[in-house]
Design a protein. Structure first.
Length: 67
């Protein structure tokens, strides 16, 4: 089964940014999508907002999961 959502710690690793910047990025994405604070951000939404392809995000998540 393919992963649907992304969390700040994962965004931190993928984009090589601090945890705080990743948290702010996720909040910005939620704000732009009119989502509430408790709503999840999907990998597709994250990819569209950051300009990073979904395939690259999924590859990176799989790679970091193995380590």
């Amino acid at each position: 089964m393919q992963k649907l959502t992304i969390f700040p710690k994962e965004a931190m690793v993928i984009l090589d940014i601090s945890l705080r910047k990743a948290q702010n990025l996720m909040n910005d994405i939620r704000f732009c999508l009119n989502k509430q604070k408790h709503h999840y951000v999907t990998i597709k939404e994250f990819a569209e907002y950051t300009g990073v392809s979904e395939e690259l995000i999924l590859f990176s998540l799989e790679r970091t999961k193995r380590h």
